[in-house]
Each structure stands twice: as structure tokens, then as C-alpha cells.
Design a binder for this molecule. Sequence first.
Ligand SMILES: [Cu+2]
Length: 138
Amino acid sequence: MFRMFRRFFSLAFLSLLINACVSQVGTSSNRVYFAEPANDSVVKSPFKVKFGITGMEVKPAGDDSPNSGHHHVLVNLDAVPSGQSIPFSPTHIHFGKGQTEGEINLPPGTYTLTLQFADKDHVSYGKGLSNTIRVTIK
Ligand SMILES: [Cu+2]
């Protein structure tokens, strides 16, 4: 009888462990990316940016939906660490209406653009929900 219990509990534990692994995988598949422009492309200003996302929902700033937020494009800046607010500045562009595309105007040169996803209060989800490309404006 005791052995059966032990077996049952170890099986239950094992399935918990597997569940934990599956949800881990689910979390790490959340990502953001530039659908446009392509990395290392040469574009003319103003140029169109188009954002892609998996595993999260795009909502306007202030919206309380779980697992949601809005996009930001950071110009020549690294991802904002998780839990830090994204400042409002000319190089921190907020798409706070929940836009999934937009237009950016920059003088000629080569730039890094970092797409950064953040919550309803503009608090960053960190590097895991960011993606950096390089573009040259001619
Ligand atoms: Cu924002």
C-alpha cells in the first residue's frame, strides 16, 4: 500500500515537473521582431516600421489585459532592463496607442533600432522581449 502511494506521489511530482518545463518553454517563445525593415537594409527617410509579436497581446497604454503591452523603438540604445520604465524622449519612441506599425524619420546615417515591448505603464519586459536591427538611412 505504502509503495503504491509513493509511486503515485512520484508520478504526480514528475507530471508537475513536466508541466513546469512546458510553461517555461511557453514563456521563452514570447518574442518581438521587426517585420519591416529587414536587418542591415538601406532605406530612405521617412521609412516604415512594422512590428511582429508572439505570445503577448498588443494593447494601448493603460489597458489592464494580462500578458499585454505596447511597442517602443529605441534609437541607438540597448534594451531597457526588465522592470525599468521607458523614458519619453526623441530616441525612445512609444507606440502607446497599440500601433503595430509606424513611420520613423531620421537623418542619413547608420543606426541600431531596438524594438522593446513594455507594459501598460511603459515598464519594460526586458531584453527577452526586445529585438535589435541595424539600418542605414541614405
Ligand atoms: Cu510606452
